[in-house]
Design a protein around this ligand. Structure first.
Ligand code: GAR
Length: 208
C-alpha cells in the first residue's frame, strides 16, 4: 500500500480528484495518510476533513524565520511517514532538505505542457494568462518529479488541451483542470503505486 501525503494551498480540486480516484479504484494500492496546507483558510483542508483524512496547517506566518518554517514543514511531512509526497497546488518553494529526502518520491502537477509556461513566476492563473497572451492554440498539464529546479524534474505524464475562441484565463484554467489535471495526477499516482514508473537520469520510463 502506497502511503501518500498531499500538500495544498487553495481550493484543492486536485486533492478531490485524488480522493475520488482512490474511492472509485482508478487509483489502486494507495492510502492518503495526510494533507498539509500552508494556508489555514484553504478549502482543501475542509475536503480532507469531510473525507476523514488527517490534516495539518503549517504556515510561514506562524514562524519567525523561513528556516524554522522549513524545518517544521519537513517534520510534519515525515510525521505521516509517506512513500510519496504529492504537491497538488502547493504554492510554496520546497526546501532543499525536503527535495533531498524525497528524491523521486515527490511529484507536482503543473498547469502547462512543460517546458512551456513554467519556472519561477508561473503558477495558478498566471500560467493561463501567459498562454492566452502568447496566443498558443494548445495548452495542457504535466505531472513531474520534483528536483532542485522549478518545474525541471523528470516528466511522468502530460496531456494536451485545446484553447477555444473567446477563452479567458478562468475558462482555460477550468478546462485544463477538467480535461488534464484531474486525470493525469490520479493516473501518475496509480502508476507509481503499482511500481510502473522508473527514473533514468532526468527521464522516466513507464513500465507495461
Ligand atoms: C492547479 O491548477 C495546479 O496545477 C496549480 O495550482 C492549481 C491548484 O488548484 N499548480 C501550480 O501552478 C504549481 N506551479 P487546486 O487547489 O484546485 O488543486
Amino acid at each position: 500500500m502506497l502511503k501518500v501525503v498531499v500538500m495544498v494551498s487553495g481550493g484543492g480540486t486536485n486533492l478531490q480528484a485524488i480522493i475520488d480516484s482512490v474511492k472509485d479504484k482508478t487509483i489502486t494500492n494507495t492510502q492518503i495518510v495526510g494533507v498539509i496546507s500552508n494556508n489555514k483558510n484553504a478549502y482543501a483542508l475542509k475536503r480532507a476533513e469531510e473525507n476523514g483524512i488527517p490534516s495539518k496547517c503549517i504556515s510561514p506566518k506562524d514562524y519567525e524565520t523561513r528556516e524554522v518554517f522549513n524545518e517544521k514543514l519537513l517534520e510534519a511531512v515525515k510525521g505521516y511517514g509517506p512513500d510519496l509526497v504529492v504537491l497538488a497546488g502547493f504554492l510554496v518553494v520546497i526546501p532543499p532538505a525536503m527535495i533531498a529526502e524525497y528524491r523521486n518520491r515527490m511529484i507536482n502537477i503543473h498547469p502547462s505542457l512543460i517546458p512551456s509556461f513554467c519556472g519561477t513566476g508561473y503558477y495558478g492563473l498566471k500560467v493561463h494568462e501567459a498562454a492566452l497572451e502568447r496566443g498558443v492554440k494548445v495548452v495542457g498539464a504535466t505531472v513531474h518529479f520534483v528536483d532542485e529546479g522549478t518545474d525541471t524534474g523528470p516528466i511522468i505524464l502530460q496531456k494536451a488541451v485545446e484553447v477555444e475562441q473567446g477563452d479567458v484565463p478562468e475558462t482555460l484554467q477550468r478546462r485544463v483542470m477538467e480535461q488534464a489535471e484531474w486525470k493525469i495526477l490520479p493516473c501518475a499516482i496509480d502508476l507509481i503505486a503499482n511500481g510502473r514508473v522508473k527514473v533514468e537520469e532526468n527521464r522516466t520510463v513507464i513500465l507495461p
